[in-house]
Design a protein around this ligand. Structure first.
Ligand SMILES: NC(=O)c1ccc[n+]([C@@H]2O[C@H](COP(=O)([O-])OP(=O)(O)OC[C@H]3O[C@@H](n4cnc5c(N)ncnc54)[C@H](O)[C@@H]3O)[C@@H](O)[C@H]2O)c1
Length: 285
C-alpha cells in the first residue's frame, strides 16, 4: 500500500457494516448515550466491550445486543478506579489481542454546585468523573491500538466545553479539557494511525438528563428552545460516534463536533430576571 493511501478503508460497497469485526470499548455503555453507541456499533458488526459501573445496565444492554444478533461483553468497572481500568484493559486485550475503537463516554454534571459554593472536594469529584478517566482509559489502550494498526478514539464531552457555561464553570472546564486532550492526542499520534475526535453533546434524553420527567413537562417549548426544534435522543449521538469511529471519517481527526440540535450555533442561554440567573431555556413568563 502506498503511504499516501488511507489505512484500512474498505471499498464503498462494504460500508453497510461500518465496523465489521472491529473491537470497540465503550465506557458507560450500559445506558444513555453510551448504551445507544454500543447497540449501533454492534449493529455495524463491532465486537463491543461495554465498560459500565452498573451491573444491571451492563448485563441488560449486552443481552439486548446479543438478542439482536450482535456481539457484546459486559465489564462491570468504575472508570474512576485505576485497578478497574487495568482489569478492563486485561480483559479486552487478553480476549482479542487488539482494540480498534475506544469511546470515552462517562461523565456527569451532578451534583451541580454553584462555583461560589464549591470546594476542593467538589472540584476533585468533577475531575474524576469527567476528565481523569479519559486519560486513564486512553492510556490503558493507546499502545495496543497503535500495535493493532491504528484506530479511532471518540470522546463524548459536552457543548458546555465549547462555550461558556455560567451555571457550573468547573464542569465546563473539565469538558473543555477533554476536547483539548482530544485535539492534542490527534496531533501527536496521527502518524501512528490514531484518529481522535470529540462530540459536544447537548439536550439529549437520558437517565442523567431526563427532559421527559413527568413533573417538569416542557414539550411545548422545544420549538423556541433548540434550533432544530426538538429534543435529542441517544441515537442522534450514536450516529455521530459511528461516523467518527468508522472509516467514513478517515480524513477527520482532532475535531470536536457539537451534536446539540444547534444550541451552540444559536447561543443557547437566556437571562431570567425573575430567577436572577441564566437559564438554558427561555424563561416562562
Ligand atoms: N444527555 C445530555 O444531554 C448530555 C449533555 C451534555 C453532556 N453529556 C455527556 O454525555 C455523556 C453521556 O451522558 P448521558 O446523559 O448518557 O449519561 P447517563 O448518566 O444517562 O449514562 C451514563 C452511563 O455511564 C455509566 N457510568 C456512570 N459512571 C460510571 C463510571 N464511573 N464508570 C463506568 N460507568 C459509569 C452509567 O451507569 C450510565 O450507564 C457524559 O459524558 C455526559 O457528561 C450528556
Amino acid at each position: 500500500m502506498s503511504r499516501q493511501e488511507p489505512r484500512n478503508v474498505p471499498p464503498i460497497d462494504e460500508w453497510s457494516r461500518l465496523l465489521d469485526g472491529r473491537v470497540a470499548v465503550v465506557t458507560g455503555g450500559g445506558e444513555g448515550i453510551g448504551g445507544a453507541i454500543a447497540r449501533l456499533f454492534a449493529q455495524h458488526g463491532a465486537i463491543v466491550e461495554i465498560a459500565e459501573i452498573d451491573p444491571a445496565r451492563a448485563a441488560t444492554n449486552a443481552a439486548a445486543i446479543a438478542e439482536s444478533g450482535g456481539i457484546a461483553n459486559a465489564h462491570v468497572v468504575d472508570v474512576r478506579d485505576q485497578a478497574d481500568v487495568d482489569r478492563l484493559r486485561a480483559g479486552v486485550l487478553d480476549t482479542h489481542g487488539r482494540i480498534d475503537v475506544l469511546v470515552n463516554n462517562v461523565g456527569d454534571y451532578r451534583p451541580l454546585v454553584r462555583f461560589a459554593d464549591s470546594t476542593p472536594e467538589s472540584w476533585q469529584a468533577m475531575y474524576e468523573i469527567n476528565l481523569r478517566h479519559v486519560f486513564a482509559v486512553t492510556q490503558a489502550f493507546l499502545t495496543a491500538m497503535i500495535e493493532s494498526g491504528g484506530g479511532s478514539i471518540v470522546n463524548v464531552h459536552s457543548v458546555e466545553g465549547m462555550r461558556g457555561f455560567p451555571g457550573e464553570p468547573v464542569y465546563a472546564s473539565m469538558k473543555a479539557a477533554v476536547a483539548h486532550f482530544t485535539t492534542s492526542l490527534a496531533a501527536g499520534y496521527g502518524r501512528q494511525g490514531i484518529r481522535a475526535n470529540g462530540i459536544g453533546t447537548d439536550l439529549t434524553q437520558t437517565p442523567q438528563v431526563d427532559y421527559l420527567r413527568t413533573d417538569d413537562d416542557h414539550s411545548d417549548r422545544w420549538e423556541s428552545w433548540a434550533p432544530v426544534g426538538r429534543l435529542g435522543w441517544p441515537d442522534d449521538q450514536a450516529r455521530v460516534a459511528l461516523f467518527l469511529a468508522s472509516d467514513m471519517s478517515s480524513f477527520v481527526t482532532g475535531h470536536n463536533i457539537p451534536a446539540d440540535g444547534g444550541t451552540k450555533a444559536g447561543g443557547g442561554w437566556f437571562w431570567s430576571g425573575e430567577n436572577q440567573r441564566f437559564l438554558n431555556r427561555p424563561p416562562v413568563d
